[in-house]
Design a binder for this molecule. Structure first.
Ligand code: PLP
Length: 377
């Protein structure tokens, strides 16, 4: 069986985790965390980057930084992970879902403005599959209406939009280093700040000024603001750093597999049997995901079963949030759901991970082709 995902592993993780153990500094913000912060700042151009215990917690921090009040509204796509919405609901806000574009599965930048009300405070975009949302349309719109922009760039590490790293374009950007992502620390993430908001390190350290205390800037530390414990252990940071050091190689290997899938499946797309992902001009993606679209839900269900029977792990993705129990309870959809539900039901993700071989990509792509080559009843 070719699995859908295998967590990334480069080889130096063992050594670095042992180093962290023997440094007798295994709580957060030690040497490996600092190295990861430096890498992130250097790589993205963000003013500041802070590792977090998860991508979800990075989003929670972003929501706290937005200083929302009960009933404030946050515009976001419905085709996203629960964490995108949860973060803002926990902060007292109401998610207002708008439709996606069928080509990239990202929020439709042309549907945002009509959803803005006097209560809107934030636009939260999610860069699906590491392919950027149309930020050149979204940022000026946010500025015109005095809104903050949060990027859920959980899938976007090493991807860019018109030369800018995803996550470092809006006010706050959130990365995930979950084991299903391109770079991993088991469970973990990071928040990127476009300007160095001093509240961020306070929120991350249980609402205290402990970070300033550790730098010798104050002589005791106290409770200053809302917060929680959002900093990961050094053990996790050590594992992550081994991968960040190898980020170029990991990215190149994933892109190679992605290109091979695309090349092998183009004839099926040209024959009108499936659709392939679209990468708009100005977007440099990171091969986080290779997906195809079947005709409809029934065909996708059959295809998943067929691939499984042929030794290929494939999975569908999000159930739109607005139709889920919590989405109905906490949020609302603005405008017409023209694409969100329909396109989400057609989408199927093929195996993609660091270490996937050409032969495995060929096996998976050939199994898809064989499905469509069957005599159709
Ligand atoms: C993975 C992911 C998250 C959550 O990240 P965790 O590290 O698992 O908490 C949030 N949003 C999106 C779009 C994701 O893909």
């Amino acid at each position: 069986m070719i699995p859908f995902n295998v967590p990334p592993y480069c080889g130096k993780e063992d050594e670095y985790v042992l180093q962290a153990i023997h440094s007798h500094k295994i709580c957060g913000d030690g040497a490996f965390t600092k190295k990861c912060h430096e890498w992130l700042v250097q790589r993205t151009g963000a003013a500041r980057a802070l590792l977090t215990t998860s991508g979800s917690h990075a989003l929670d921090m972003a929501a706290l930084l937005c200083a929302l009040e009960p009933g404030d509204e946050v515009i976001m796509p419905s085709y996203t992970f629960s964490s995108t919405a949860n973060a803002f609901v926990l902060a007292g806000a109401v998610p207002v879902f708008v439709d996606i574009r069928p080509d990239t599965m990202n929020i439709d930048e042309n549907r945002i403005e009509e959803a803005i009300t006097p209560k809107t405070k934030v636009i939260c975009v999610m860069h699906y599959a590491g392919v950027a949302c149309e930020m050149d349309a979204i940022l000026p719109m946010a500025r015109r209406h005095g809104l903050k922009v949060v990027e859920d760039a959980a899938q976007g590490v090493m991807a860019s939009y018109k030369g800018k790293a995803l996550g470092a374009i809006g006010d706050y950007g959130c990365y995930s280093f979950h084991e299903s992502k391109n770079y991993s620390m088991g469970e973990g993430g990071a928040i990127l700040l476009r300007t160095d908001d001093p509240r961020a390190e306070v929120i991350r350290e249980k609402g205290t000024n402990r970070a300033r205390f550790l730098r010798g800037q104050v002589d005791k530390y106290t409770w200053e603001d809302l917060g929680s414990s959002y900093l990961p252990s050094e053990l996790n940071a050590a594992y992550l750093y081994a991968q960040l050091e190898m980020a170029e190689q990991i990215n190149a290997a994933r892109l190679h597999c992605w290109d091979l899938y695309r090349q092998m499946l183009t004839p099926l797309a040209e024959a009108g049997r499936i659709e392939l992902p679209v990468i708009p001009d100005g977007c440099v993606h990171n091969a986080h995901m290779f997906y195809i679209k079947a005709r409809d839900l029934d065909e996708r269900t059959e295809l998943i079963a067929w691939l499984k029977a042929h030794g290929v792990g494939s999975v569908f993705h999000y159930v739109p949030l607005h139709s889920a129990a919590a989405g109905l309870r906490f949020g609302r959809f603005h405008g017409e759901d023209k694409y969100t539900t329909r396109e989400s039901q057609r989408l199927l993700r093929l195996p993609m991970y660091y270490g996937l071989t050409d032969a495995e990509v060929e096996t998976a792509a050939n199994a898809v082709a064989a499905f469509y080559a069957r005599a159709r009843s």
